[in-house]
Design a protein around this ligand. Structure first.
Ligand code: R5P
Length: 265
């Protein structure tokens, strides 16, 4: 891997642990003002010290993140369909590589929609984004299994989608956890896999168990949104997630810290 590309990627996936806690706050690009992300700055600012990277759009970077903040940016560069549309897969690359470089992004991210009506376009777009990424030493994160494909998120589907993303040249892949078989998803994907949290889970224990199981199955980390900032204690939750991802805590230990309100890890 080229030096600049490796350097950028190592800002996101910490070389000291080989893991990452990315904070996903890009939801507005198709969901608008999602609950608890209505005023992005308010939600995001307190969490920045605990995030290894922010997954975010250029609009929210420019309006809501202090440019002096030294948090790596994983820039969401695809879009084109809203939640009002039946078919969420009709996306294109909407933010240029030039703008990503201008923002000093550490990576760019786009969704692919394997098995959806616009599968072909999303895959071709991924190939083109990787071509540009290689030219600019910009890692590409392929996001798989969003939207309707969520219903099909068993190990077989996720293995297919993640492996295809890697074969197209994505430098890392974001997908959802599944049980059974997530270890096989990770094993058959030759690039690092990060796990999305998905819609808010019922309890904090569920979130921490999901995190622990993902890391146990070989994931490089999480790229989590709603289960952090929609929780009653977002800072406590991201700290608890970090303790699992970076310090090898069990879900129970992390939950103990969270409930104790100490955030000691
Ligand atoms: C997916 O593409 C979205 O834009 C989010 O980045 C993703 O769903 C991760 O956030 P959450 O943990 O809330 O699912």
């Amino acid at each position: 891997m080229e030096w600049g590309l490796r350097n950028r990627l190592s800002r996101i996936i910490r070389p000291t642990t080989g893991h990452t806690v990315m904070l996903a706050v890009d939801h507005g690009y198709f969901l608008g003002p999602t609950r608890r992300l209505e005023v992005p700055r308010k939600t995001i600012e307190p969490l920045i010290p605990y995030a290894d990277a922010l997954m975010i759009t250029r609009g929210v970077v420019r309006t809501s993140i202090d440019p002096r903040t030294n948090v790596p940016i994983v820039l969401r560069v695809s879009g084109g369909a809203s939640v009002l549309n039946e078919d969420l897969s009709h996306e294109a690359v909407t933010t240029s590589m030039k703008d990503a470089v201008r923002i000093n992004a550490s990576a760019v991210a786009m969704s692919i929609f394997v098995g959806a009506p616009h599968e072909h376009d999303s895959l071709v777009n991924l190939g083109e984004l990787v071509n540009l990424g290689e030219e600019h030493s910009m890692p590409v994160l392929a996001v798989t299994a969003v939207g309707k494909e969520l219903e099909k998120r068993d190990a077989r589907y996720l293995s297919l989608a993640c492996r295809m993303a890697a074969e197209f040249g994505a430098h890392f892949v974001k997908t959802y956890y599944c049980d059974p078989g997530f270890d096989k998803v990770v094993e058959s994907c030759p690039v690092p896999v990060v796990v999305a949290g998905g819609p808010k889970l019922e309890t904090a224990a569920d979130v921490l168990e999901l995190t622990h199981a993902s890391i146990g199955a070989g994931a490089a980390g999480v790229d989590m949104g709603r289960n952090i900032w929609q929780s009653d204690d977002p800072v406590g939750m991201i700290r608890a997630v970090r303790s699992i991802v970076h310090e090898g805590a069990t879900a129970k230990e992390a939950l103990g810290d969270l409930k104790g309100g100490k955030g000691k890890r």
